[in-house]
Ligand binder design. Structure first.
Ligand code: AMP
Length: 284
């Protein structure tokens, strides 16, 4: 499995693949890979002839300098983990390769980014849309694989594909969890033991909120119940817990139904590390 470091090298390769009629799968990541990423790669490998995995800690999507600075960078062990998953090539560019000049185009996803991650991390989705657009142009995928762990990101990228007529299909894959329920995340490795011990309570809060909705509590009541339950854990500082329409991401006013599934999303700080998670409630 080759590691490419320049945009030109990736473009040449994917141009050749396209001419040969190969189906290209693409999995964008920021590295520090875990089973959640590897499942995306395996799915991509099963559904395509070749798979590009990008590993790039994208500076433009970080609104917190420390988060960017301390984000784990582990290219060597990432490459070892990708062995046997079906990845064909790793694209691991420098910041200069991805941003030869400062980008000035700005994305605004309207209501989609006025809530949750977009509201709490100004500029985040502009950075995501910028880098994802660049990576799509370089890797020329037929299908791109994203995790439902970042639910709002999936919604934003779907909008990006539609608005800019990108000729590819987004495939969204379920969240992979640790045995105790904690959603896998590259940031988990930065958790101190006390924080790691309490981190599974985030998923429990989501489940509790989902159960409340299924029992007929209103979205507002269910939201409050989940948030209040988390207050008993002083090591968890909840940033938001929101019950939203799963498609539009706007606050939900009615309970879930087959026509209008809801998503419960949260973000919380655990000893200086910010984690997010979500669950879908489809009214079944
Ligand atoms: P990241 O490296 O965190 O930017 O994530 C790269 C891709 O992996 C994104 O599409 C994420 O949604 C996805 N991903 C991250 N964690 C998980 C997980 N626990 N389960 C499934 N997909 C994930």
């Amino acid at each position: 499995m080759e590691i490419l470091e320049t945009a030109a090298a990736l473009q040449t390769l994917t141009e050749t693949w396209r001419r040969e009629g190969r189906r290209i799968g693409f999995v964008p990541t920021m590295g520090a890979l875990h089973e959640g990423h590897l499942q995306l790669v395996r799915t991509a490998a099963a559904e395509n002839d070749v798979v590009v995995v990008s590993i790039f800690v994208n500076p433009t999507q970080f609104n917190n300098a420390d988060d960017f600075k301390f984000y784990p960078r582990t290219l060597e062990s990432d490459a070892a983990l990708l062995q046997g998953t079906g990845a064909t090539v790793i694209f691991a560019p420098s910041v200069e390769q991805m941003y030869p000049r400062t980008s000035v185009v700005r994305f605004d996803f309207g209501p989609l980014e006025r809530v949750m991650e977009g509201a709490k991390r100004p500029g985040h989705f502009n950075g995501v849309a910028t880098v994802v657009s660049k990576l799509f142009h370089l890797s020329r995928p037929h299908q791109a694989y994203f995790g439902q762990k970042d639910w709002q990101q999936v919604a934003v990228v779907q909008q990006l594909l539609a608005d800019l007529s990108f000729d590819l299909k987004l495939v969204s894959c379920p969240t992979i969890r640790e045995e105790d329920g904690l959603a896998m995340s590259s940031r988990n490795r930065r958790l101190r033991p006390e924080a790691r011990a309490v981190a599974p309570r985030l998923y429990e809060a989501l489940q509790l909120t989902a159960a409340a909705l299924r029992e007929g509590l209103s979205p507002g009541e269910a939201q409050q119940k989940g948030a209040e339950w988390l207050q008993q854990f002083p090591d968890i500082e909840l940033e938001y817990l929101e019950v939203a329409d799963a498609q539009t991401l706007q606050p939900a006013w009615a309970g879930p139904s087959a026509e209008q599934p809801l998503v419960i999303c949260l973000a919380a700080w655990l000893g200086g590390v910010r984690l997010i998670d979500n669950v879908l409630v489809d009214g079944e």
